[in-house]
Design a protein around this ligand. Structure first.
Ligand code: AMP
Length: 197
């Protein structure tokens, strides 16, 4: 059987830990399920732990392809996911992030820690510099990123940023609506796959 081409590829950045509220896992599963059920492909850090692992599992369970990209040094620490459709073990973190960015049509940050923030800020700043023009989304469910956005608004007040730079990211509170909007902004019109029995 030939492998079908994914309808779109979305890079998800999220915690290598699960967080301590059940809602975090649910968000990760909703994101993966939406990607898989719309014929999409997940691009992610290739680990099995935390929210990362949950997004990957949910994408695969919904029939989507998963591309994991992990640096050699993290293969043990982040439990490289050998069940991915493609698992790329690369030499450096820079290589990982470059490959993730190149393969994606859009980016989405879920709750996470400094690794997630760093990845989000990297693609946000790359967009501001014109290195790419792919949509960048922040899933701000239950106010997880309110503090960050308040801080960024203060940075505008303090004259280090302009509002157009904030407008480069798409914020949303509902996973499905935000994913739909990002994928549409990237130029795709995904439809939910109908299961033919
Ligand atoms: P975290 O949000 O800290 O749990 O990290 C989520 C993911 O970001 C993990 O797969 C980390 O390996 C990755 N990551 C990317 N860049 C960095 C970095 N500069 N420092 C730490 N983690 C990073």
């Amino acid at each position: 059987m030939t492998k079908s081409t994914p309808a779109f590829s979305i890079c998800v950045y999220c915690g290598s830990k699960p967080g301590n509220k059940p809602g975090f896992a649910q968000l990760a599963e909703q994101v993966g399920t939406w990607i898989g059920s719309h014929g999409g492909q997940l691009i992610y850090g290739g680990g099995r732990n935390g929210l990362m692992g949950l997004v990957a599992e949910a994408t695969m369970a919904a029939g989507g392809a998963v591309v994991g990209i992990i640096p050699t040094a993290l293969v043990e620490k982040e439990w490289a996911h050998r069940g991915c459709t493609e698992l790329h073990v690369v030499d450096t973190m820079h290589e990982r992030k470059r490959m993730m960015a190149d393969k994606a049509d859009a980016f989405l940050a879920l709750p996470g820690g400094i690794g997630t923030f760093e990845e989000l800020f990297e693609v946000w700043t790359w967009r501001q510099l014109g290195y790419h023009d792919k949509p960048v989304g922040i899933l701000n469910s239950n106010g997880y990123y309110d503090g960050l956005m308040d801080f960024v608004a203060q940075v505008v007040q303090d004259g280090f940023m302009a509002n157009w730079q904030i407008d480069l990211v798409t914020l949303g509170t509902e996973p499905e609506a935000l994913l739909q909007s990002l994928v549409q902004k990237a130029g795709f019109s995904p439809q939910a796959k109908v299961e033919l029995l």
